[in-house]
Design a binder for this molecule. Structure first.
Ligand SMILES: Nc1ncnc2c1ncn2[C@@H]1O[C@H](COP(=O)(O)OP(=O)(O)OP(=O)(O)O)[C@@H](O)[C@H]1O
Ligand SMILES: [Mg+2]
Length: 244
């Protein structure tokens, strides 16, 4: 497999607060990598630096071997990296279909084409019967679906999901897990931030762990959950005790 994303020594400071410190890792094409760690560990901050929401204070981001550090979000999205937001950004006055079309307009100026793309994605994400509902009237699960669907409409190579399973029930979580696996089968690469270990353990090829801004572990799920430092900082005894 060839390397898709490489981050090198990313540090992000907000004044004196160091939200990310010297974080490095790579993601290969078609991998599902999860980024975990306690609240405030710097997971969303790292997403923001990769996606061009703001530049890192220092360090580099490479996509397909090309330095994309500090490029604006729209340019990075056009190159093939799209992220969802932890606090969903549903366009309330627009229908589900229109919300998704806003993503499709990255690649087409045609309303008709954007509608066709949105239709395919609504099918894939289980939103077809809700296409005319206003974003503001949706339940949280559907708002999260729309968030993922709009991201998919930009046709990313790398999709970064920030806690898109939080607040969902078991069946809904299973749906999102299956969607992630389907997307990978269709050629996407995923970087997933998630606290629900039961959801990410079975679908992740690798897990990267952050704690207080620093990477403390990286590896296959079964190794990471048995790592003493990860247990101490984040997992507690849950997985260790179960011998997973
Ligand atoms: N724009 C900002 N300005 C100042 N401090 C910030 C900003 N964004 C994040 N921080 C701080 O950076 C640290 C990392 O925050 P971040 O949101 O990246 O954590 P997280 O791992 O995503 O946490 P959670 O699991 O709760 O979402 C926190 O201490 C947070 O308060
Ligand atoms: Mg976060």
């Amino acid at each position: 497999m060839s390397e898709l994303l490489r981050i090198e020594n990313i540090t992000k400071k907000f004044g004196s607060l160091v939200a990310n410190e010297d974080v490095s890792f790579t993601i290969d094409e078609h991998e599902i990598v999860s980024l975990i760690g306690p609240n405030g560990a710097g997971k969303t901050t790292l997403f923001n630096s990769i996606a061009g929401y703001y530049p890192p204070t220092s360090g580099k981001v490479f996509f397909h071997g090309k330095d994309i550090t500090g490029k604006p979000a729209y340019e990075i999205c056009r190159l093939g990296i799209t992220r969802t937001f932890q606090v969903v950004k549903t366009l309330k006055e627009m229908t589900v279909e229109e919300n998704i079309m806003t993503g499709a307009f990255l690649h087409t100026g045609s309303r008709k084409q954007a509608q066709v793309m949105a239709g395919e994605i609504m099918e894939m994400t289980g939103l077809s019967d809700k296409k005319n509902i206003l974003g503001g009237s949706l339940t949280i699960i559907d708002k999260k679906r729309v968030e993922i669907a709009r991201a998919l409409a930009t046709k990313p190579e790398l999709l970064m999901l920030d806690e898109c399973m939080a607040g969902l029930n078991q069946t809904e979580i299973k749906d999102v897990m299956n969607l992630c696996l389907d997307l990978r089968k269709n050629g996407l690469t995923l970087l997933i931030v998630e606290h629900i270990m039961e959801a990410i353990m079975p679908i992740s090829d690798r897990i990267v762990v952050l704690n207080v801004g620093r990477k403390i572990a990286e590896g296959i799920p079964s190794d990471v959950v048995n790592n003493e430092e990860v247990i101490k900082a984040y997992l507690g005894d849950r997985y260790h005790a179960e011998g997973n």
